[in-house]
Every structure is written in C-alpha cells, then in structure tokens.
Write a protein that binds this ligand. Sequence first.
Ligand code: ATP
Ligand code: MG
Length: 395
Amino acid sequence: MTSINPVTRQIADIHISSSQPTNPRPLGHTKQPSQTNVTKLLTKYAAPNPHAAKPPSRVPSPTKPLASRSKPVDPQPAPSSSKPVLEIGKYDGGLELENEERGTVVEGAAARALALDSSMIQVNPTPKWTLHSFEIGRPLGKGRFGRVYMVRTKPPHTPYILALKTLYKSEIVQEGVEKQLRREIEIQQNLRHPNILRLYGYFHDSKRVFLMLEFAGKGELYKQLSKHGSFSERRSSRYIDQMADALSYLHSKHIIHRDIKPENLLIGINGELKIGDFGWSVHAPGNRRKTLCGTLDYLPPEMVENKAHGAHVDLWALGVLMYEFLIGNPPFEDRRGAKNTYLRIARVELHFPAHVSAEPRDLITKLLQYEPEKRLSLTKVLVHPWIIRYRPKDA
Ligand code: ATP
Ligand code: MG
C-alpha cells in the first residue's frame, strides 16, 4: 500500500476528460416501455450468437473469418422461409425534427475524418446503407451525440431489427473525439462475442454519423440495477461469468476495455449481458498506456496514482462491478467527493455488509488487489466456485 501524501498530490493533478461526467449517476431512472411483442419476435430473429447452432446455409455464418467473405453482407437476416411481421413501435419523427435544430454541416479535414462508411472498407464491406434503408420505429434513448431508434431494414434487404444510433458530426468535432469515435467503430465492428454488442455497419450524411447496432431487447443494465437496488447472488454471478468471458475474449485480442461500469452494459433479449460502449477502449499490443480516463468509482489504484496500466485494470473494474451488483453501490464511493474516493481506492478500503457471503467476498477480494499482477486472472474467475455454482449445466 502507498502512503497518503504522494497520492493526495497526484489527485490534485488528476485530469478527467470533460467528456466523462464527474457524477455519472443520474438518479431516478424510469422504466422502459413494454417490449413483450418485440421480445417474442426477436427470440426468433435475435442477433447472431457465435456460439449458437449454424444458421441456414444462405445466411453468412457469423463465425466465418471476416477476410474470407468476398461480397458485402447484410446483418444476419431472418430465415428465408417465413415473412416476419416485426414490431418496431411508433416513430415520433424525432430524427427529422432534431436534424433541423441540431448540428451543423462539417467541412474540411474533420468532414474527411468523419466520412465513415462501412460499404467502403476493404475487408468485409457491408452493403451501401442510407437512412432510406430503414423503417424507423420507437425511440430507444438519447445519447451524448444524438438519438437512438429501433429500426428495421427495408427491402431489398432481408428484414432485420437493429438499434440505429445517430451522432452529430459537429458535436463530435466540438468535443474533439473524432479519433476516439473512429477507434470505437474499428474495435467494435471486428468483435464477435455473444456478450459484446455487434456493430453491423455504419454510414453518414452531411451532418450525422449512423451506427447500426445490435438491438439489446431488454435495455440498460443500469436501469435494472436502479430498479432493484442490487441483484441476487445468482443474477450477479451469471453477469460476472458473462463479463469475464467477454473480457477474456477482448484481452485475447489485446483490447483493454478500461470503462467497465453498469452504464455501459445492455441486456439482450434472453437476459444476457452485452458490453455496449467502447469509447475508452485501447488497442494496446504490448504497450502499457498512461492516460487517465474511465469513471471515478471504477478506477484502479494504478490509474488513481497516475502509473502505467495494462489489462489488469479490467480485473479491478470487474471486482467493483461485482460489488455494485451485490451491494448496490460501488465499494469506494465517498459522498464527500472525488478526492476521498481516490484515497479510498489507493488504500483499498474495502468493507462488506454482513449479508455478503463468504464465496462472493472471496472473489471480490481476490479481484480488488492493489498490485495489478496479484488480481485473480480471468481464467481463474471463470472457475471460481461462486461462478460455477450458478452456471447452468448446459452453458
Ligand atoms: P454515449 O454512449 O454517447 O456516451 P449514452 O450511452 O448515454 O451516451 P447511447 O449509447 O447513444 O447513449 O444510448 C442512448 C440510450 O439508447 C441508451 O441509454 C439505451 O437506453 C438506448 N440504447 C442505445 N443503444 C441501444 C441498443 N443497441 N439497443 C437498445 N437500446 C439502446
Ligand atoms: Mg452508450
């Protein structure tokens, strides 16, 4: 453990990017509209799961290596035998309304940087998409840079439900996050894991960039956590199992997530967890990064102390996440403010309420180790008795 004084000095020097809110937890989430119809239909037409059985032959296999595909491919279409009638909800006209009021046309170098089009990429190009390729349904939410809608692809594309996320170019430029967005897209479009939200394609018009995302049928995990206060051991264990699996997939590709927290997690149609945001991910083959980013409560000691950090930051965050699932708040949260939170992190001031049983305590404690190398590896997380206990036999 380090002494307090140097930590206090470093805390004073810490710079958190302005694009990350210092109080990331808005209180009082409202429940999402009922998704029962959508749920039923999407069970049939759910997004591809690389671990699922092979789809019908004319459907490109999601497990096939990207480079081996020569022709542009649609997102996983519905089976050919039936003409699906899919509920996408009522469109509120928000895209046009917002587009009149918000954003400006971007020109020059910034425009070139944001001319993002997945039909133009060399490896595995998608069909050419425009806003006219979609029937727009109900609004799913509002993000920092624009709205998200539930949409369905129109003919000649096979009908497929997606979440279409809009981002205003001028606002991206204003925040100076063009590179970060490109990186997020580059990372996400190449990932294939059942617990990582798929990015099927992207396109742009003069003002906006559009991301075609896998539709997470059960919405935000954070809303569920706010609603229930905390999760049962079973539910927490299932989520941590899926997170550990997704993180081990990311780490095997030399991707460090660095921003694990409930707000960045969505829930799929079958209740499975989906990592949704890659804004802070780093593709770091071999090198250890030294930029401070991420969210207050989930920062590991090495980041608080402004030291070099690597993939072990995600193990720490997994421990914080597990604590928050079971107890309802992150372990080092301090209402007096950021400095106190940082101090508690640096001292690993970890306390458990009496109701937390021995097994989850053991796993959390093994993840929340001050020394990055001492944290339990993902391989060992995946065989921890508390994870095995709740894993379905067929998983
Ligand atoms: P940002 O990611 O820009 O920091 P954000 O996470 O608040 O901001 P978005 O990711 O744009 O915002 O999403 C806004 C809302 O839309 C989310 O809170 C969520 O409720 C909903 N949403 C986003 N993506 C999906 C998706 N793929 N499936 C279902 N709902 C989604
Ligand atoms: Mg988001």
